[in-house]
Design a protein around this ligand. Structure first.
Ligand SMILES: Nc1nc2c(c(=O)[nH]1)N[C@H]1C(S)=C(S)[C@@H](COP(=O)(O)O)O[C@H]1N2
Ligand SMILES: [Mo]
Length: 198
């Protein structure tokens, strides 16, 4: 009964913002493959490479000094939970791209993370206004298990596309399915059409 009425209350509050097959939670579950990396900010860098005229490298200080942006968004995990109204702070994808000179062949992005995790996105999905390189959530530093010191946030896709502990982006002429994408998850990952598994 309690569960049912909570569900109804969320449905009334958020309506069509809840994708099919999702249940709203106020907690923030932790999900990933492998262990939480120990990150030394002095050695940390962020690399831009692949189909670019010139490779770029940022230290943490340089990256976090780029013009900041806030994104308010809902998180939808393929394991059926959604967390509504998250406030992330960081640098927008578009802001970073002002510094990147792409080669004409670049059509896809591969996010490269600590410990070899990757995920892939079409470039145009990355260029959405709500895509953010984030290090704060609801006013506080993102915790290490949620991806500190830097994670990508891609609100319009299931959350496995939101790479934690990200260390670089590769631009590519061809799509390169990432860790979960080669392990049975859908390549596109739109929560509203339930693109969960391939
Ligand atoms: N580097 C890295 N990022 C990752 C993952 C991972 O295994 N490694 N898992 C993804 C998956 S499957 C999910 S559901 C979300 C979970 O993010 P959260 O733990 O902050 O909820 O992170 C995504 N980002
Ligand atoms: Mo996930």
């Amino acid at each position: 009964m309690a569960v049912f009425s909570r569900k109804k209350a969320f449905q009334e509050r958020y309506g069509k913002r809840i994708p099919p097959g999702q249940t709203v939670t106020e907690k923030w579950p932790v999900l990933h493959h492998g262990s939480v990396p120990k990150v030394d900010l002095a050695k940390w860098d962020f690399r831009v490479f692949g189909e670019v005229e010139e490779e770029l490298r940022f230290t943490y200080e340089e990256f976090t000094a780029l013009p900041a942006a806030e994104v308010k968004c809902d998180i939808h995990c393929v394991t059926h939970w959604s967390r509504m109204d998250n406030a992330f702070h960081g640098v927008s994808f578009k802001e970073l791209m002002k510094r990147v000179r792409l080669k004409p062949a670049a059509r896809f992005a591969v996010l490269h993370c600590e410990q070899g995790y990757t995920t892939n996105l079409p470039l145009e999905a990355c260029m959405d206004d709500d895509v953010l390189w984030a290090w704060k959530h609801d006013g506080k530093d993102i915790t290490p298990e949620h991806g500190w010191p830097l994670r990508l946030i891609v609100p319009k896709r299931y959350f496995w596309k939101s790479a934690k502990w990200v260390r670089g982006i590769e631009f590519s002429a061809v799509d390169k399915p990432g860790f979960w994408e080669v392990n049975g998850y859908h390549n596109n990952a739109d929560p509203f059409t339930e693109e969960r598994y391939s």
